[in-house]
Design a protein around this ligand. Structure first.
Ligand code: SIN
Length: 311
């Protein structure tokens, strides 16, 4: 049986449903080229700011049983360098997406305006949910500020664009955010970013495991999958049908990808597992997803996308 795992996000066509989260292994040209050569369906560059950033002090990433914790603090090369890289990445013949995380609305608008002039760039993901910059609360937990950012970006952005959201936990918050998104020009929503400000403790050393922010950091990996799934599901119920959803959070296997698509995701991103396994993760996920689909008799993602059954 032939199984087709191609998909689409807005007007972008993807050969497979998985690519990297803007997080690990997407900061330098070498890393982005590795993604280009891999079976990732797109290349997403690390969230960029106007000026280059070293990020937070080391150690700022640690694995633990069930996931990872990080407080990277947006280390990146500055948007101008990424603008110069995109033409080189074009040879890999897959969509190129820029993650933008200005430290102010003015910065975000400056970057978006300039990025829109780069022909080789296909889309922009505005990161409204980084929990790791000291003194900068996550924008997407402030609904008025989010509305303003979306209105202003919508006024100037001439490429397909979307937003990366933090996890929400209450139906009231899903509804309020969905209303703002439905009134905006986003063509996709990426959910979820890491669970902000978790704390992992090494009992032997009686010590935190990362240095920045007193050990507090974004939690990712296997343990956050139920929250990622719930956010995808709820936003699929509430968002306009033309807004695509990219699911992220705790994807380790092809079966996890299947679950996200069943919940309503059009595509998924891989963070912690990419950090742990490297870019070969994408080929493995492809094999495993095809196996699940073959076993269930599905030949395309559309046959089960969003079709989660209720009891
Ligand atoms: C970071 O660089 O701190 C992680 C990015 C994010 O969580 O958005």
């Amino acid at each position: 049986m032939s199984v087709n795992i191609s998909t689409g996000v807005g007007t972008l066509c993807f050969a497979t449903p998985f690519f990297n989260a803007s997080g690990p292994l997407c900061t330098t040209l070498l890393e982005l080229e590795d993604l280009g050569r891999s079976e990732a369906c797109a290349i997403l560059s690390k969230s960029c700011t106007v000026e280059p950033r070293e990020g937070n002090p080391l150690p700022r990433y640690a694995d633990f049983e069930g996931g990872s914790i990080n407080s990277m603090g947006l280390p990146n090369l500055g948007y101008r360098v990424y603008m110069e890289m995109y033409p080189y990445l074009w040879r890999y013949d897959k969509p190129i997406i820029s993650s933008v995380s200005g430290l102010s609305l003015k910065d975000t608008l400056l970057i978006v305006r300039e990025m829109c002039g780069v022909d080789e760039l296909d889309a922009i993901e505005i990161n409204l949910s980084c929990p790791n910059v000291v003194g900068k609360p996550q924008v997407a937990y402030d609904f008025d500020q989010t509305r303003e950012v979306l209105q202003e970006v919508g006024r100037i952005c001439t490429k397909p664009w979307g937003v990366k959201l933090p996890p929400y936990f209450d139906f009231v918050h899903f509804e309020e955010m969905a209303k703002i998104l439905n009134e905006s020009g986003v063509s996709f929503v990426t959910c979820i970013n890491s669970l902000g400000n978790g704390l992992v403790i090494d009992a032997e050393r009686e010590c935190v495991v990362i240095k920045p922010k007193g050990g507090f950091g974004g939690v990712g990996g296997r343990m956050i999958k139920p929250i990622g799934l719930s956010n995808v599901r709820k936003f699929r119920e509430l968002l306009r049908s033309d807004i695509s959803i990219i699911g992220v959070g705790g994807i380790v296997s092809g079966r996890d990808v299947f679950e996200y698509i069943l919940a309503g995701a059009d595509a998924v991103q891989i963070g912690t597992q990419l950090q742990q396994e490297g870019v070969s993760v994408f080929a493995r996920l492809g094999r495993e997803l095809r196996e699940v689909m073959e076993r269930k008799g599905y030949s395309s993602l559309g046959e089960f996308k969003g079709k989660l059954k209720m009891l």
